[in-house]
Write a protein that binds this ligand. Structure first.
Ligand SMILES: *Cc1c(COP(=O)(O)O)cnc(C)c1O
Length: 388
């Protein structure tokens, strides 16, 4: 049996007519950039996230870039984040001339360890200019924290917001993998100063190309993001600040509005599949050989990925691949070990959890259309290698 890692065609088949008529409407309108569909999607996403403001942008990466820029992050500043994340989290920091300052993740969730954040801000920093924290090692002023809601589950937001808040450091939520997730009753993206989403096709809410969104409860910040996405112009041709071209287009917005109506149902299907994996791995008596993703207290996990840990990860991955089962490694090289960040001076052992995760983590297929038979096949093939 072939099991693709992701099967977007299966999803498309279920909403084909809705999508085609939505796209058709845009084509008939011949309005392609930042029109009524984008405005409507912004309202839909704001409502979905329980926040008053949402700004459509060109990608999740740009959502991060514009958020940091709106917070005044620039040359020589420091932004704290985790090394175990998709590259864009730190790439956005570096592209503004700022310095990524890493803190490790927790073992259980792969998310930012609040104790590591606290240690960095209390002991790795001193009181800097205008009562901000200054990173001792680089002398960069810490202007923001980016917390990543990795694989579809929120970090411990109570702790992260409390620790950053103690020093009035704004928190940006990289919720690119977590639309629909919750911490307590709060939607991912709604808890920090700004929340960032990606509509990359493989995300839980994916378009037919690139797209992203910044949500916020803060009018001034969201106005600034809005300004930044159109070269800082308001009105057109009158530039208050230097911005970017980072616009969302009407076809993406029309498609995303259709898909947003199905998102809750898809998230429930992902949760159900995660439950099936758990039952079947338990039944196969494999839980001493692989560690399953944990849903931590106060979380609604939307399982963008289903990431297991296994000491024999690489061997397991090839074994599955030879039998037609596709898996992925998120992420094989943590950011503190990337060549482009060598200048930051980190050692692999500086972040042992991130380092270990990069060696052990294996993402198994998870998408609403994955069948029970396919899950059986995945579990029994893993058992074939690891059991006994
Ligand atoms: C996908 C992703 C991004 C970037 O989103 P793009 O739309 O691909 O630019 C940023 N951070 C995380 C954690 C992501 O998963």
């Amino acid at each position: 049996m072939k099991v693709p890692f992701l099967d977007l065609k299966a999803q498309y088949a279920t909403i084909r007519d809705e999508l085609r008529s939505a796209v058709d409407e845009v084509l008939e309108s011949q309005r392609f950039i930042l029109g009524p569909q984008v405005a409507a999607l912004e309202q839909d996403v704001a409502r979905f996230c329980h926040v008053p403001y949402a700004v459509g942008v060109a990608s999740g990466t740009d959502a991060l870039l514009l958020s940091l820029k709106a917070l005044g992050v620039g040359q020589g500043d420091g932004v704290v984040t985790v090394p175990f994340t998709f590259f864009a989290t730190a790439g956005a920091i570096a592209n503004l001339g700022a310095r990524p300052i890493f803190v490790d993740s927790e073992d259980a969730s792969f998310n930012m360890d609040p104790k590591a954040l606290e240690l960095l801000l209390e002991q790795g920093c001193s009181a800097g200019p205008s009562s901000r924290r200054a990173h001792l090692q680089s002398r960069a002023t810490v202007k923001a924290v980016i917390v990543v809601q990795l694989f579809g589950q929120c970090a411990d937001m109570d702790a992260v917001l409390r620790i950053a808040g103690r020093h009035s450091i704004p928190v940006v939520e990289d919720s690119c993998q977590a639309i629909g997730a919750r911490f307590r009753d709060k939607p991912a993206g709604s808890m920090g100063a700004l929340g960032c989403f990606s509509f990359f096709p493989s995300k839980n809410l994916g378009g037919a190309g690139d797209g992203g969104m910044v949500v916020s409860g803060d009018k001034d910040l969201s106005d600034r993001v809005r300004l930044l996405r159109t070269h800082g112009a308001q009105p057109q041709y009158f530039h208050k600040i230097v911005g970017f071209n980072s616009r969302l287009d009407e076809i993406q917005a029309a498609i995303l509005r259709v898909k947003l109506r199905h998102l809750e149902r898809w998230s429930k299907a992902r949760q159900k599949i995660a439950g099936e994996y758990k039952r079947k791995f338990q039944a196969a008596d494999l839980l001493d050989r692989i560690a399953l993703p944990e849903v931590l207290p106060n979380r609604v996990h939307v399982f963008h990925q289903f990431v297991i840990r296994c000491q024999r990860r690489d061997e397991l991955r090839s074994f599955l691949s030879e039998r037609g089962i596709e898996t992925e490694i998120y992420y094989p090289v943590p950011l503190h070990e990337q060549e482009c960040f060598r200048y930051l001076g980190y050692q692999p052992s500086d972040f042992p959890q991130a380092h270990a995760a990069s060696r052990q983590a294996l993402a198994l297929p998870i998408y609403p259309e994955l069948t029970g038979e396919q899950i059986d096949c995945i579990v029994s093939t893993i058992a074939e290698l690891l059991a006994g």
